[in-house]
Design a protein around this ligand. Structure first.
Ligand code: NDP
Length: 274
């Protein structure tokens, strides 16, 4: 019998996940089906229970359900615990198992695809929402020399720092939180935009001087040139969007479900060409 998977969100029509997982399944010869499912804002749990009843094996979870998915689970992986959110659910004999593959996705995109090791780098993380939470610990595990989190609401950046300090040994990384106003005078080797400001074409209040020579400016958004990308490009940074992260996090979820790691390069090329 063909195994069934899905991505659940609201909205969901834009999701590229079915195309990506279908490409992985073709490439690895896995007998599976993957679809988009729109859940009503108060209907996430009911949708999950129904899918389990129908025999689905797992789902990906996207905005705005990643925190609810984490809470709903019967068991959680260490990386889901670190993130406090889930983007991947596995339905098995343990019940609902929550995982989070976003961090593995961005690290693999930066270190493997873009060939930039994060060890020893000065990293700036812009944003303190679900996406930033998801990538914080995996980035810390790469041992940057410094990691600064900046958020419009600074209390959220400080809360992330506090939580990370409580759960992880930070012997090689100086971790701090600050507000946008504190950025003048600081420069970074890697600047990651994990805010959703690009969705509304809003520029971030970041000085041009934060981009060190050879800086990688990474926007988690994909499919459009954001004001962040434009500013970084103008200031000499190497610019990347979040398409590679999307495909790498999907590959990690595929591996968790199927035990087979797909080749991501041809899928990145296929989706980039659309
Ligand atoms: P959340 O809604 O959880 O968080 C949004 C963040 O953006 C908050 O930190 C918020 O600050 C900040 N923000 C929003 N508007 C502005 C603004 N105008 N100026 C400054 N800061 C702003 O969203 P997510 O964390 O889930 O997603 C963030 C982005 O990452 C989205 O664009 C999403 O598409 C992308 N993403 C990409 C993935 C990929 O695979 N490529 C995976 C996951 C996410 P405040 O707290 O002050 O409101």
């Amino acid at each position: 019998m063909t195994d069934q998977y899905a991505v659940i969100g609201n909205p969901i029509a834009h999701s590229k996940s079915p195309m990506i997982h279908e490409a992985f399944a073709r490439q690895t010869g896995q007998d599976m089906r993957y679809e988009r499912i729109l859940a009503s804002l108060d209907g996430f749990e009911a949708t999950i229970r129904e899918l389990i009843k129908q025999g689905y094996k797992g789902v990906n979870v996207t905005v705005p359900f990643k925190f609810e998915a984490f809470v709903l689970a019967d068991a959680r992986t260490a990386r889901a615990m670190d993130a406090g959110a889930a983007n991947t659910l596995i339905f098995n004999e343990q019940g609902i198992v929550a995982d989070n593959t976003d961090g593995a996705g961005i690290v693999r995109d930066i270190e493997k695809n873009l060939q930039l090791p994060l060890a020893g780098k000065r990293v700036l993380l812009l944003g303190a929402g679900g996406a930033a939470e998801g990538v914080l610990h995996p980035i810390l595990a790469c041992k940057p020399s410094l990691l600064t989190i900046v958020n419009r609401s600074m209390d959220k950046a400080l809360a992330m720092v506090k939580k990370a300090e409580a759960t992880k040994a930070l012997s090689v990384t100086t971790l701090s939180g600050c507000e946008f106003n504190d950025l003048p005078g600081q420069e970074f080797d890697v600047v990651i935009n994990a805010t959703s400001a690009g969705l509304t074409d809003t520029a971030l209040p970041i000085p041009n001087t934060i981009f060190a020579k050879g800086c990688l400016a990474y926007d988690m958004m994909y499919g459009r040139e954001t004001p962040f990308m434009q500013q970084a490009r103008t200031n000499g940074a190497i610019v990347a969007d979040g398409l590679g992260m999307l495909i790498e996090q999907a590959a990690e979820a595929f591996y968790v479900w199927r035990g087979v790691r797909p080749e991501t390069k041809p899928v990145i090329e296929m989706v980039s060409a659309l």
